[in-house]
Design a protein around this ligand. Structure first.
Ligand code: FPP
Length: 241
């Protein structure tokens, strides 16, 4: 379970996760190609990372590409990875200067080679940073995450290293991509959709949700602060009283 830091005045989440939805609708509304929508989405992401660091957030996780997104057109998929490479090459110095540590959730070995290389470089450059932990979910799916965890545990049982009765919730958490990441306190989804879309299924058991009609490219520093203010007002009891 996570450790949001609360005192009598405020309650700051430790981990915020974001489903960045609405790039396509933003582009359609403006009459521009979808690529321009994703590019504007990248600008919104830059603002969110910057503000999260300034606010002293410990973990920010964003859903950049799901295991289901491969169903999109080749042109759109290519565009998203192009933007990812651009982001990793052009923004990484600022990210590094801000003491942000980049990490990936998901099997990103299958994304285009030049994107893998750009991501690996960013991870390597920022690996000793101690500020915001910035997790990018890439080729990530919650069910796939759990399936992989189950396979890992089954393999340990096959080797005689583990007994089925010794499988605890904690052990399952430790077998996921988020092994070293606390569960998200707050999950934000933009664009008015009210669903989780296979994002952090196991990890979201006690997360608070914040939905906004704003399309992702319109999300800015003020939007993030509004979401955090909404979180502050919630009373969390994790099933207790
Ligand atoms: C959802 O909008 C957004 C995505 C599937 C891609 C998110 C990608 C970015 C924000 C680009 C930058 C990312 C990084 C990590 C640099 P949608 O296309 O589903 O919108 P729609 O529902 O309106 O069509």
């Amino acid at each position: 379970m996570s450790n949001s830091s609360c005192n009598e005045i405020s309650c700051m989440p430790e981990h915020v996760a974001v489903i960045m939805d609405g790039n396509g609708r933003w582009a359609s509304a403006k009459g521009v190609p979808k690529f321009a929508g994703h590019k504007a989405g990248m600008e919104a992401l830059k603002k969110t990372v910057r503000k999260s660091g300034e606010l002293g957030l410990k973990y920010l996780t964003v859903y950049a590409f799901s295991t289901e997104n491969w169903k999109r057109s080749e042109e759109e998929i290519g565009g998203i990875f192009k933007i990812l490479i651009y982001y990793m090459q052009r923004e990484i110095q600022e990210i590094h200067a801000r003491n942000v540590k980049v990490n990936i959730l998901g099997d990103y070995s299958v994304i285009p080679e030049n994107a893998v290389a750009a991501v690996d470089k960013a991870i390597e450059l920022t690996k000793n940073n101690t500020g915001l932990n910035f997790n990018i979910a890439l080729n990530y799916g919650g069910r796939d995450d759990i399936r992989r965890g189950v396979v890992k545990l089954a393999e340990q049982i096959e080797k005689g290293e583990l007994k089925s009765g010794d499988i605890t919730e904690e052990l399952i958490s430790k077998s996921l991509y988020t092994a070293d990441v606390p569960d998200p306190d707050l999950i934000i989804r933009t664009s008015g959709e009210l669903r989780l879309s296979n994002f952090l299924l196991w990890q979201s058991a006690y997360s608070e949700f914040y939905f906004t009609d704003q399309l992702w490219p319109d999300f800015d520093e003020e939007s993030l602060v509004k979401a955090l203010e909404s979180f502050e007002k919630r009373k969390r009891n994790y099933g207790g009283r």
